[in-house]
Design a protein around this ligand. Structure first.
Ligand code: ZN
Length: 289
């Protein structure tokens, strides 16, 4: 049973015959070369329901996951859920714009549908599941607007993939556009796909400028703080931790994962880009806190 054998995601025991990786082994390199953040998941080159056929394009989804956390749906996307075997996408896209590489093989994301004459979406489209609750309606307690940093990575990642496979922006489709019967899916919510494809085309043409990097200092001379950066002054990280004031967050001057998570939470509460990086905009809101 090839299908079953191929769903393994952990390294094989040495006495077993090594498996050939599936065809999408170029994904991390192509994304990194586009300047994107990439996190390769254990066993991804051999993960897939089987090998894909010709890669024709990219399909966009939202995860319908929890409202907090950067990529809380990662486990489900990797292993599947009752009634649907994993992987459920080749790529996950976190709220901070990180691409999680889950599978180099075929994944169960598309279902029935058609886009530009291509059916059997799972055989021909790379699926990207972007973390989001799936609620696009302001006022709903689960409303989840897309962070700019996530949308920017979404466009840039797709542009890089399409360029690599020699396709144009029109071969990026939404699940909501592909699905049949029409209306079966709504993802990804609140994204005007015609506009999205225009922006992707502009990135591919080189007419979209690369976004300005976060300045190293704010106007008061406070340096930008990031997780594990050697240049983080300890007293400033302590000041940050005090100002964040979350229960359980130690004031130890170490900008580790807990501090980063607290920064993201603070940024979300204050409608800042939840990138976990304390630059001029976050400092400004912190000084008022
Ligand atoms: Zn979908």
């Amino acid at each position: 049973m090839q299908t079953k054998r191929r769903t393994k995601i952990y390294p094989l025991l040495s006495e077993e015959e090594p498996e050939m990786p599936f065809q999408l082994t170029w994904l991390p390199t192509v994304l990194k070369n586009a300047g994107l953040k990439v996190s390769e998941q254990p066993g991804w080159p051999n993960h897939g329901t089987r090998e894909m056929r010709t890669i024709e394009g990219v399909m966009c989804h939202h995860t319908v996951g929890p409202k907090t956390g950067n990529m809380p749906s990662l486990k489900v996307l990797t292993n599947g859920r009752p009634g649907l075997a994993g992987p459920l996408a080749q790529l996950g896209l976190g709220r901070d714009g990180t691409f999680y590489v889950i599978a180099a093989g075929r994944s169960n994301h598309a279902g029935n549908g058609e886009w530009r004459g291509v059916t059997n979406g799972n055989d021909h489209f790379i699926g990207i599941e972007a973390e989001n609750t799936g609620i696009g309606k302001p006022g709903d307690p689960m409303h989840d607007p897309w962070p700019a940093v996530q949308l920017d990575a979404y466009r840039r990642g797709i542009a890089a993939i399409l360029k690599h496979i020699g396709q144009k922006a029109e071969m990026c489709c939404a699940h909501k556009e592909y699905c049949r019967p029409e209306g079966r899916k709504i993802d990804p919510h609140s994204i005007d796909m015609d506009e999205f494809r225009k922006e992707i085309a502009a990135i591919m043409d080189g007419t979209t400028p690369v976004p300005a990097p976060i300045p190293n200092k704010d106007p008061a001379g406070r340096p930008t703080l990031r997780r594990s950066a050697a240049a983080n002054p300890i007293f400033l990280v302590q000041e940050l931790q005090k100002k964040l004031g979350f229960v359980g967050l130690q004031v130890d001057g170490d900008f580790g994962p807990l501090t980063e998570a607290a920064v993201r939470r603070f940024q979300r509460q204050h409608e800042l880009v939840p990138d976990g990086i304390v630059g001029p905009k976050t400092w400004e809101v912190l000084s008022r806190a």
